[in-house]
Write a protein that binds this ligand. Structure first.
Ligand SMILES: Cc1cc2nc3c(=O)[nH]c(=O)nc-3n(C[C@H](O)[C@H](O)[C@H](O)COP(=O)(O)OP(=O)(O)OC[C@H]3O[C@@H](n4cnc5c(N)ncnc54)[C@H](O)[C@@H]3O)c2cc1C
Length: 366
């Protein structure tokens, strides 16, 4: 990993290189991704080889998530679905960076950080179960050298037959977090019904058919402690999706000014300048928090949760306003305003969803 760090260009140079690749390679893919006919593995591998998913691979606790969030926002600024896959990959790297299982780290961190190994995270169900929203779906029992895991997860993204993802199972009351390897024949990838958006994200239903997970794939035998370490980073990284989509919605609104400004000005409190100010406020809070993802105080966690909620709501509001500003043109299937609206709702429903975040804040207050 230190070789990877030594070879890295400065974060400014890196962002420019990746931005250039996003600008040249991603726009021609967006329609296929949006319609679910293309999963952009090659694009993810290309930006990964440039360093898009390794900026948060630091030594010790000196980790800054800002470069990862910025790059993700550049991706989401063009395609929200690909921005989400960037988050999946960044989150996988985040898990591997924080594991104390040195064998697992040595086997996978470098390959995930440069995207030779692609994958994601199946933490929606565990996250909801920890907050009393639903039951944990994966059950396991201990066997020699590992665990036998059974159960299913309805949706996990950025997957394919040679991909991996982090998730959590229950073993006699103890929660265990591990990497699931999709090439394991006992781990079945089931196609999902078509989605409204985010369809080219390599999203599958996953069935564990009494699957053996060796100790070499265990991120932590005490998942509850591990989750406390990674949870702020998991949530903060999602800001990249919200910021990127919101930035493009502001651009869409600005572009209508010449032809429709005389009437769009009556959309009071929904002007691009209003959203730009809100974006700047939120991005400022994210920037500060992303410099200290290992902070464990209750106040910090509350700020992270509240900011994630506000970022999702601002993203959905900006996309809604972009539709109103663009009018009939934005309603055309060929216009990106309607795609942005569908993508923005995903920011509001992906775990932790708006309703879960509100529940968490209500319980913290109590
Ligand atoms: C396109 C897409 C990609 C996703 N990618 C991931 C991912 O990579 N990792 C991850 O962990 N989660 C993923 N999710 C799940 C997501 O994070 C949320 O958990 C989900 O959107 C629902 O959250 P909610 O809090 O609104 O729950 P709700 O919608 O209120 O409840 C969800 C629960 O209802 C049940 N349910 C509802 N509909 C179905 C269905 N069609 N099939 C099976 N069960 C159903 C399940 O128990 C499910 O957990 C994805 C969802 C979508 C739509």
């Amino acid at each position: 990993m230190s070789a990877l760090l030594a070879a890295a260009p400065s974060t400014g140079e890196l962002r420019t290189q990746i931005r250039n690749t996003i600008a040249s390679d991603l726009p021609p893919l967006v329609d296929g991704i949006d319609h679910g006919t293309h999963y952009p593995a090659e694009f993810l591998r290309k930006i990964g080889s440039l360093g898009a998913f390794s900026t948060h691979v630091g030594e010790g606790k000196d980790v800054d998530l800002n470069p990862a969030i910025n790059i993700m926002s550049d991706v989401a600024g063009v395609c929200g679905a690909t921005g989400f896959m960037a988050w999946c990959q960044d989150t996988l790297v985040w898990y591997l960076l924080n594991t104390e299982n040195e064998t697992l780290k040595a086997n996978m961190l470098g390959r995930a950080a440069d995207a030779r190994l692609l994958g994601g995270t199946g933490l929606s169900n565990p996250m909801k179960s920890f907050f009393g929203i639903e039951k944990l779906r994966l059950k396991a029992h201990r066997v020699e050298g590992g665990y036998m895991v059974s159960g299913s997860l309805p949706w996990v993204s950025n997957l394919g037959p040679d991909h991996v993802f982090g998730t959590i199972c229950d073993c006699d009351g103890e929660k265990v977090m591990f990497i699931a390897d999709c090439s394991n024949p006992q781990i079945e990838l089931m196609p999902c019904e078509p989605f409204l958006a985010m369809d080219g994200t390599g999203t599958f239903g996953i069935k564990f058919n009494h699957a053996f997970v060796s100790d070499d794939l265990v991120l932590s035998h005490q998942a509850m402690t591990f989750v406390k370490t990674i949870r702020a980073g998991f949530v903060l990284l999602q800001a990249g999706m919200a910021i990127g989509i919101m930035r493009d919605c502001i651009d869409i609104m600005m572009r209508t000014k010449t032809s429709l400004g005389h009437v769009n000005k009556f959309l009071v409190t929904q002007q691009p300048e209003d959203f730009a100010a809100e974006l700047e406020r939120l991005a400022g809070i994210v920037q500060q928090a992303a410099r200290m993802p290992y902070e464990t105080s209750d106040d910090f966690w509350r700020t992270v949760v509240r900011t994630r909620l506000e970022a999702g709501e601002a993203c959905m509001a900006a996309a809604h306003a972009a539709m109103l500003h663009t009018g009939a043109r934005g309603y055309l299937k060929s216009h990106r305003a309607q795609r942005r609206m569908r993508e923005a709702y995903f920011v509001g429903i992906v775990t932790p969803a708006t309703k879960q975040l509100r529940k968490m804040l209500a319980e913290m207050a109590a």
